[in-house]
Ligand binder design. Structure first.
Ligand code: HEC
Length: 82
């Protein structure tokens, strides 16, 4: 699996994260709560039934589509395949 890691100084991260609109964070959280995703997925790195969502955004994941491997990126784009 190929992953892209962006390393930031802690204070850079804090200011970047503070700049993400609170409404955007709350909306995502709300969906995860309403749909029951948090029963199996954590957001803090804790292992539950499913893998944690920590670090998922912007990571690359190899998936199989019609038996062929391809790499998709976990971001806001909807990937429907070739
Ligand atoms: C009953 C438990 C369960 C629930 C509820 C659940 N998941 Fe999962 N999820 C899993 C498991 C188990 C995997 C791992 C599957 C695998 O690796 O083949 C997974 C994998 C994933 C992945 C891939 C993660 C990665 O790192 O590649 C995503 C994204 C995901 N789930 C999103 C969701 C969302 C969004 C919801 C709510 C709408 C949800 N899941 C609800 C069990 C669950």
């Amino acid at each position: 699996m190929v992953s892209k890691v962006v390393v930031m100084q802690e204070e850079d991260f804090e200011s970047w994260y503070a700049a993400v609109p609170a409404a955007a964070k709350d909306k995502g959280r709300q969906v995860l709560e309403e749909k029951g995703c948090l029963g199996c997925h954590s957001t803090d790195g804790t292992a539950r039934i499913g893998p944690t969502f920590k670090g998922l955004y912007d990571s690359s994941v190899t998936v199989l589509t019609n038996g062929k491997e391809r790499t998709v990126k976990a971001d806001e784009n909807i990937s429907t395949g070739p």
